[in-house]
Design a protein around this ligand. Structure first.
Ligand code: CAA
Length: 528
């Protein structure tokens, strides 16, 4: 029988949170901050103390930063009441469940809530990987179960995905949407599909980064630097995996793989091994990075000490820029350095006081192959007779240098190229010589997924950008990033990746080609 749920989020005064892990504590804090009374139930007493400590620590930090007064801190903390059993939630208008991502565990919680809650109260699930429909179907009142998906750290990230199912009472969805706005979040309404919007885009990109690390394509630090320094995202993918939790990330990928299939979602073996080993990230003190020591990392960090392979040697005084004409008649993969790129690099080096020649017959300290994002160092380097002492250089962003050795590049030449980039004031990252190189491979595949999601009709371009800016702190959403990079360029790089790997996951979708011709449905002007 259908019941009338609390008619509007504005009417929600008392809330409950079941499960007080990091997310549960953050959600309880956000609700209490907005003036709601919050009853929390956590079965494990140790977890309860930890959760309360997280909540209190976060409020204390807000006081120390001048965002709250001591009195407000006390008032907010005073609105949070631990209860020993679900019976303590009997009067709640809405309960958010944040228990571990296992369907039997969620089922048990829903069954217990069904017994104590008023029929018109709402049950919100913060699940990030299970089907909200499956969770709802088990409830005595499936219409009142809505997904309310927060992002980590919950007090900071402004997105809430409000997930409705075919069973959802529209009143319940409206109430959760209104509540999300009232607690300072931006709700995006989505239907129940694996990963919703943000995780379905984020996780395959993070997984791609693990594959690159595992296959020796690039180092841990270089992968993260290419993304933060180059693309400008707040955290590198490996540091972000540590924040989300490797076990959680693995669980989401498994669900995505089951629902969509394809290599983008197949968890990298290294991710699984680390999760199996208990190296789950920040919460266990160790994931891709170690948080027990000084190596703790947030968005930035100081990775240079851990990159001995790129230790500075003196910058070359003379450089040969290996430009067009080095390779005649290349087919398929674009190995021919672009004339403008070679000229640009030459000017940059000269401006830094480096002597430059394009004549292969002149002996110099280092050969630089002016490659594009498709890569291709060995052909031009060999044709110029500099196979051992030439390195590819690509500048995808103003501040980032992708240093690309070939199979034959010597360690000395590689170190000299890093020194050269440093002299130019650029952050150097080393990439395998494969289509897309480092930043491009990660970014364009990620943007491709976003375009595919829009093409599927699951989300609008605006939803995609809202989800990734407010949920994951992107300075600009994928659609804006795509517009800035150029849809045509993205399609070209993806085509090269598709040809290079033979993986349809990289093939540019027809909509991307259409964007290349007709433009993207987003404003690029005013980009910050
Ligand atoms: N609790 C409360 N506040 C916090 C916080 C926390 N855990 N962490 C950071 N903050 C606050 C800080 O107090 C600070 O506030 P003020 O500026 O008002 O003082 C602000 O956030 C910025 O923090 P910092 O200066 O310490 O650090 P930062 O500038 O490096 O930003 C970050 C940290 C907000 C986490 C940023 O790196 C970021 O946006 N990262 C991306 C995080 C992301 O992608 N999250 C989504 C993951 S996916 C997910 O969660 C869904 C899922 O289902 C898996």
């Amino acid at each position: 029988m259908a019941v009338t749920v609390v008619s509007l989020g504005m009417g929600i005064r008392s809330a409950g949170v079941v499960g007080l892990g990091t997310m549960g504590a953050g959600i309880a804090e956000v609700l209490a901050m907005a003036g709601l009374t919050v009853t929390v139930v956590e079965a494990d007493p140790d977890a309860l103390s930890r959760g309360i400590a997280i909540l209190d620590g976060s409020l204390r930090k807000a006081v120390s930063r001048g965002r709250l007064t001591e009195d407000e801190h006390k008032e907010i903390a005073g609105r949070v009441h631990p209860a020993p059993t679900m019976a303590g939630m009997a009067d709640a208008d809405l309960v958010v469940e944040v228990v571990p991502e296992q369907l039997p565990v969620k089922r048990q919680v829903i069954a217990e809530l069904d017994q104590v809650l008023r029929p018109e109260a709402i049950i919100a699930t913060n699940t990030s990987s299970l089907s909200v429909t499956s969770i709802a179907a088990d409830s005595a009142h499936p219409g009142r179960v809505v997904g309310m998906h927060f992002f980590n750290p919950a007090p900071v990230m402004r997105l809430v995905e409000v997930v409705t199912t075919v069973l959802t009472d529209p009143g319940a969805a409206r109430a959760v949407t209104a509540l999300a706005g009232r607690i300072g979040k931006t709700p995006v309404q989505v239907t129940d599909r694996a990963g919703f919007v943000a995780n379905a885009l984020l996780l395959p990109y993070l997984n791609h980064a693990v594959w690159l690390l595992e296959t020796g394509y690039a180092s841990r630090e270089d992968i993260d630097l290419a993304v933060t320094t180059g693309i400008g995202l707040p955290m590198g993918p490996l540091a972000l995996l540590d924040l989300i939790g490797l076990d959680t990330s693995l669980a989401i990928l498994e669900v995505l793989e089951r629902e969509f299939g394809g290599t983008r979602y197949t968890p990298a073996p290294l991710l699984r091994r680390l999760a199996d080993a208990g190296r789950t990230g920040r919460k266990s003190g160790r994931g891709f990075y170690d948080y027990g020591h000084q190596e703790t990392r947030g968005a930035a960090g100081s990775p240079d000490q851990s990159r001995p392979d790129l230790a500075a040697v003196s910058s070359p005084g003379t450089v040969t820029v290996i430009g067009p004409g080095a390779v005649a008649g290349t087919a398929g993969r674009s190995a021919e350095p672009h004339p403008d790129r070679a000229a640009e690099l030459g000017s940059l080096f000269e401006a830094a006081g480096i002597s430059v020649t394009s004549n292969p017959a002149h002996p110099t300290d280092l050969g630089i192959v002016a490659i594009g994002p498709e890569g291709g160092v060995l052909g031009p380097a060999s044709a110029a007779g500099r196979a051992a002492d030439a390195v590819g250089l690509h500048l995808p962003y103003q501040n980032l240098a992708e240093i690309v050795p070939s199979q034959l590049t010597s360690a000395g030449a590689l170190a000299a190229a890093v020194a050269l980039a440093t002299r130019l004031g650029l952050t150097a990252v080393r990439s395998a010589d494969r289509p897309g190189l480092l930043a491009g491979a990660l970014l364009f595949a990620h943007l491709r997924d976003a375009v595919a999601m829009v093409a599927d009709g699951y989300a609008t371009p605006a939803d995609v950008d809202t989800a990734m800016t407010l949920g994951c702190g992107y300075p600009r959403g994928p659609m804006r990033l795509l517009a800035e990079a150029g849809a045509g360029k993205a399609a070209d790089v993806l085509s090269a990746m598709h040809a290079g790997y033979g993986d349809p996951a990289f093939a540019p979708p027809p909509l991307l080609r259409e964007y290349a011709i007709g433009g993207l449905p987003v404003q690029v002007s005013g980009a910050s």
